[in-house]
Design a protein around this ligand. Structure first.
Ligand SMILES: Cc1cc2nc3c(=O)[nH]c(=O)nc-3n(C[C@H](O)[C@H](O)[C@H](O)COP(=O)(O)O)c2cc1C
Length: 199
């Protein structure tokens, strides 16, 4: 199949081996991330996703926070492995923090009580769409990334460090940087298991 979007989607992979050097100036990467989030869909066009972009030393600070929090709960004899993993994220050029604004969710619940139960779910789905859009946009300019979930462990300290509003709920962290390793082969389950088509 030859299709520009599918080709771009195919380029998005999990990259754990990250380097500092970006193929684009920092300002262009920042603009790319913002545009990907802006264009991602959300329920009722509520635009509930909120983003913090950390470059360089600010991103290092995030992974130091994760390390400090994990040190409190990971047994000491297993911590070296944990630390190594966190250092691999810090080795990149930056990290995108994905939040969902709970005020936006509450506002929709008030406005449309019939769908009240759905708005928290749709907010999570909107976050996933924003995450995918950013991940694919970065991949399309040859920037590697992975998707991490150290929330809620790091919520309190990160909120304090970057003055994050109380209503912003941290959903994911995406460390990004230069692709330092090729991607391993990806396997797929059979289409017969996943798809049904009629008509
Ligand atoms: C909702 C979701 C949650 C994920 N959480 C993590 C995670 O916490 N840590 C991680 O290293 N990868 C995480 N991943 C990445 C997946 O493991 C990865 O996308 C999958 O194995 C397919 O590999 P690919 O990204 O190279 O296509 C997550 C992916 C999705 C979609």
């Amino acid at each position: 199949m030859s299709n520009a979007l599918i080709t771009a989607i195919k380029k998005r992979r999990t990259q754990y081996s990250l380097g500092r050097k970006l193929p684009l100036p920092q300002a262009e990467v920042e603009a790319l991330i913002k545009e990907a989030v802006r264009l991602a869909p959300s329920a009722f066009n509520s635009q509930s996703s909120r983003i913090t972009i950390l470059f360089g030393a600010q991103s290092d600070k995030l992974w130091d926070i994760a390390k400090a929090e994990l040190r409190k709960i990971v047994p000491a004899d297993g911590f070296a492995k944990t630390a190594e993993k966190l250092e691999s994220f810090a080795a990149g050029a930056g990290t995108v923090l994905f939040y969902e604004d709970q005020n936006s969710v509450k506002e929709l619940q008030k406005q449309f009580p019939l769908y009240a139960d759905n708005f928290p779910v749709w907010s999570e789905q909107a976050s996933g769409m924003a995450q995918f859009a950013v991940w694919a946009a970065l991949a399309n300019v040859n920037i590697g990334a992975s998707l991490q979930h150290y929330n809620p462990l790091i919520d309190s300290e990160t909120a304090k460090t970057w003055a994050i509003p109380d209503s912003w709920k941290l959903r994911a962290q995406m460390p990004f940087g230069a692709n330092e390793q090729p991607f391993p082969e990806k396997t797929f389950i059979s289409n017969a298991v996943r798809f049904k088509t009629f008509g």
